[in-house]
Design a protein around this ligand. Structure first.
Ligand code: ZN
Length: 303
């Protein structure tokens, strides 16, 4: 595909995202799902684009970090305060996230934030270090190794410049015009939740598994997660079998948004199994239980 076509297509998508923002702000707060629909559409279109390799770095790490922090600060105002239990869960997520992030190639200020919404089955990252995971996604996790693999996937999107490539593409088109960066900061969270190009998703899966294993976790954490996703995909996306457990309507919409913005769970599972075979990791099956190690005492968390 010609680059000019790609640029035009990207602007169309950005237009969709900004229209989504405009629309979501005009809609009453009781209908947040409709805005998601537009952004999912943008995600679908985006995945059809050729990936544009960024062979040069236009933004410094400092600029990338500053953009990420600015976005994170704005988004922090959009979520409710965590309950003490959720704060304990976030500490646990942060501990596991820091364990894997420590071994990433790029030394950035990685942060891990729980989005307190049981209907949110997704995880995503922003340029420069912020990683988010929905409570609905955490509800599905059965082991710490599964959590480590999911967080490592998100860290690798940052580590391999997937997040900043979007920013760079915009900045490059406008010669780092600050107005464009300003506009970028207005993009709703959903845009970043929408996933990446298929190649980048597979790269984040692959590198995420290596990162999790380097950090002492089992690659079967990824296998178990993708097997569960494959089952949920059968139940809720293609209706090949009836659901074992009832998810709420909002959770199903969130799950289907996740499936639309990522490669098929069966393909992700196949890649994970291939890596395990190639690396002879078949004996690394043991996984740690998913366990929040903090307890509430007098409304405070103690270990
Ligand atoms: Zn991803």
């Amino acid at each position: 595909m010609k680059r000019s076509v790609v640029f035009v297509a990207f602007f169309l998508i950005l237009g969709f995202a900004l229209a989504g923002l405009y629309w979501s702000q005009r809609r009453p707060k009781s209908a947040p799902v409709s805005a998601n629909a537009i952004l999912n559409m943008a995600a679908d279109a985006q995945r059809d684009l050729s990936r544009i390799p960024m062979h040069f770095t236009l933004l410094s790490d400092e600029q990338e970090i500053a953009i990420g922090k600015e976005l994170a600060a704005r988004y922090a105002t959009q979520t409710r305060k965590l309950t003490p239990e959720e704060a304990g869960l976030e500490k646990y997520v942060t501990r596991v996230g820091n364990t894997v992030a420590l071994r990433a190639h790029r030394h950035l200020p990685y942060t891990f934030t729980v989005l307190p919404d049981h209907n949110m089955i997704n995880a995503f990252s922003l340029p420069g270090g912020p990683v988010y995971i929905g409570e609905g996604m955490l509800d599905l996790m059965m082991s710490e190794d599964e959590l480590a693999n999911v967080l490592a996937h998100e860290v690798e999107h940052i580590d391999h410049f997937h997040c900043v490539e979007r920013v760079q593409l915009e900045a490059r088109l406008k010669n780092l015009n600050l107005d464009v960066l300003g506009a970028l900061l207005q993009i709703p969270l959903d845009f970043w939740e929408a996933g990446y190009h298929k190649d980048e998703e597979f790269e984040a899966d692959r590198e995420g598994i290596y990162l999790a294993v380097r950090s002492g976790y089992s690659p079967y954490g990824a296998v178990d997660t993708f097997e569960r996703f494959a089952k949920l995909h059968d139940e809720y996306a293609i209706h090949a079998q009836s659901p074992e457990e009832e998810l709420s309507e909002l959770a199903i919409q969130s799950l289907n948004g996740y499936f639309r913005s990522h490669p098929l769970p069966s393909e992700r599972l196949a890649q994970a199994k291939r890596i395990i075979a190639e690396q002879h990791w078949e004996d690394r099956k043991a996984q740690k239980p998913f366990r929040v190690e903090y307890e509430v005492h007098n409304r405070e968390y103690v270990k």
